[in-house]
Design a protein around this ligand. Structure first.
Ligand SMILES: Nc1ncnc2c1ncn2[C@@H]1O[C@H](COP(=O)(O)OP(=O)(O)OP(=O)(O)O)[C@@H](O)[C@H]1O
Length: 367
C-alpha cells in the first residue's frame, strides 16, 4: 500500500499548533514531498522563537506520520526565515536520529548586497564539473593535501550536498564538527581544514531544501565556520549547473573555478556547459584538468588511453583557457580515497601529478 499526499495532509491537519489552528490551516507546511513511502517536508515558522515552540508539533507529526500504513520514512525540518541580530542560527529543530551539532544548517539566506569575502580567507576556488563521476571530489581532496604539503594554509568545503564524499575520502567518517550555537568548529585531516554539509545533516535531509534554503546553508558554511587564516579555500561543488553553484558565486567572492573533466566527448560537452555557467556568473575559469587521463598497466608498464587522451587539453586550447594538468587513471588513487588517506599524502608518480598541479596554481598566484 502506498501513501498519498492527500492522506499526509489529512493527518497533518489533525495536529494543533500554538496560536490556534493546525499545521495545514496555519500554512506552516512547505515543500511536501511524498514518494515511494518517504514523506519529507519543511515546517516553516515565522521566527526562531516560534520554531522552538513548534518542536513538540514536529515530534507529533513525526510520530503520527510514521504510524500510517505505507509510510517507511519521515523527514521533517523546522526552519525560521530570519535570524535574530548577531547572526544566530535560524533553523531550530530536526526530527529523530543522532544528536546534531547545536547549530542547525539550512535556512533562508540573510540579505546581502553582493558577493562578500570570507573573513580570513585569501582566495576561494570552486572545483566544478559538468558531469558526475569524473573525479571532481577525488581531485579536490588530493589537491588540497598537495597544497598543504607545499606549506599553504588550505581549507576544503564539501558543498556536494547530494553526494558529500569528502568525509570518507579524508578519513573523517563518523566525526562530527562541534558548535557553540553561533560558530562551527571545522575538522582537520592531512593538514587541511575541512567542513562538509554532509557532516551537518542527516542522510537525505537536503533533498527537501529549496534554492533559498541551500543559499542560506552555504552562507552559514562560509561565514559561521571557524576557517581561521587560509591562503585558499577549495569548494567541492555538486556536478552540473544548479543552485549551489549559483548561490556560491552570488554570496562569496570566488577567485576562480577549476573545471575537471575526463577526456570523453560527452564529459567535455558537459564541461563546456559548466564553463558557460561560470562565465554568466562572472566567475573566472582558471583552467581545465583532465582526470583519468592515461592508464599505466602496473604489470607491464604499458600506457593505454582508455577514455582517449588529450581531449581536455584540446578543449582548453579551443576555449582559450589554461590547461592545468592531467591525473592518470589509477587503482591506488581510488583505493586511497576509499580508505581515507588521499594518495597525495604519500609519494610516487600519482602523488606527483597532484604536486605538479599544486605548484602550477601556486606559481600562478591562484593558491
Ligand atoms: N584518476 C582516477 N583513477 C581511478 N579512480 C578514480 C580517479 N578519479 C576518480 N576515481 C574514482 O571514481 C569515482 C568517482 O570519483 P569522484 O567521487 O571523485 O567523482 P565526482 O566527480 O566527485 O563525482 P560526484 O560529483 O558525482 O560525486 C570514485 O570511486 C573515485 O575513487
Amino acid at each position: 500500500m502506498t501513501i498519498s499526499r492527500e492522506r499526509v495532509l489529512q493527518e497533518l491537519a489533525q495536529i494543533a499548533v500554538p496560536g490556534g489552528g493546525n499545521l495545514v490551516s496555519a500554512d506552516l507546511v512547505r515543500a511536501l514531498n511524498v514518494e515511494s513511502g518517504a514523506v519529507r517536508f519543511v515546517i516553516e515558522a515565522a521566527d526562531a522563537a516560534s520554531a522552538r515552540a513548534l518542536v513538540p508539533v514536529e515530534a507529533e507529526a513525526q510520530r503520527r506520520l510514521s504510524a500510517l500504513p505505507g509510510v517507511e520514512k519521515v523527514q521533517i525540518v523546522t526552519t525560521a526565515p530570519t535570524a535574530p541580530r548577531g547572526g544566530a542560527p535560524q533553523v531550530a529543530a530536526r526530527s529523530g536520529g543522532e544528536a546534531p551539532p547545536s547549530l542547525k544548517i539550512g535556512r533562508h539566506p540573510t540579505p546581502q548586497a553582493g558577493p562578500a569575502p570570507v573573513s580570513g580567507v585569501a582566495r576561494i576556488l570552486a572545483v566544478g564539473s559538468g558531469k558526475g563521476g569524473v573525479g571532481k571530489s577525488t581531485l579536490t581532496s588530493n589537491l588540497a593535501v598537495a597544497l598543504a604539503r607545499k606549506g599553504r594554509r588550505v581549507g576544503l568545503l564539501d558543498a556536494d550536498i547530494y553526494g558529500p564524499s569528502q568525509p570518507r575520502m579524508l578519513g573523517l567518517t563518523g566525526q562530527r564538527p562541534t558548535s557553540d550555537g553561533q560558530m562551527i568548529e571545522p575538522l582537520h585531516a592531512h593538514g587541511v581544514t575541512v567542513m562538509s554539509l554532509g557532516l551537518m545533516m542527516k542522510e537525505g535531509e537536503a533533498v527537501v531544501w529549496r534554492g533559498p534554503m541551500l543559499m542560506g546553508a552555504l552562507q552559514q558554511m562560509l561565514n559561521q565556520v571557524k576557517w581561521g587564516e587560509l591562503d585558499v579555500l577549495l569548494v567541492d561543488l555538486p556536478p552540473g549547473t544548479g543552485d549551489v553553484q549559483l548561490s556560491l558565486c552570488q554570496k562569496a567572492q570566488v577567485s576562480g573555478a577549476i573545471i575537471v573533466s575526463t577526456p570523453q566527448d560527452v564529459a567535455l560537452i558537459d564541461a563546456r556547459r559548466a564553463i558557460d555557467m561560470f562565465d554568466k556568473l562572472k566567475t573566472p575559469v582558471l583552467g581545465l584538468v583532465e582526470n583519468m587521463s592515461t592508464y599505466i598497466c602496473p604489470n607491464c608498464g604499458h600506457e593505454a588511453h582508455l577514455f582517449g587522451h588529450g581531449g581536455v587539453a584540446a578543449e582548453a586550447a579551443a576555449l582559450d583557457l589554461p590547461f592545468l594538468g592531467e591525473i592518470p587513471l589509477n587503482l591506488d588513487l581510488r583505493l586511497a580515497g576509499d580508505a581515507g588517506t588521499p594518495i597525495a599524502a604519500g609519494d610516487g608518480p600519482v602523488a606527483q601529478s597532484f604536486v605538479r598541479l599544486a605548484e602550477r596554481l601556486i606559481a600562478g598566484g591562484m593558491a
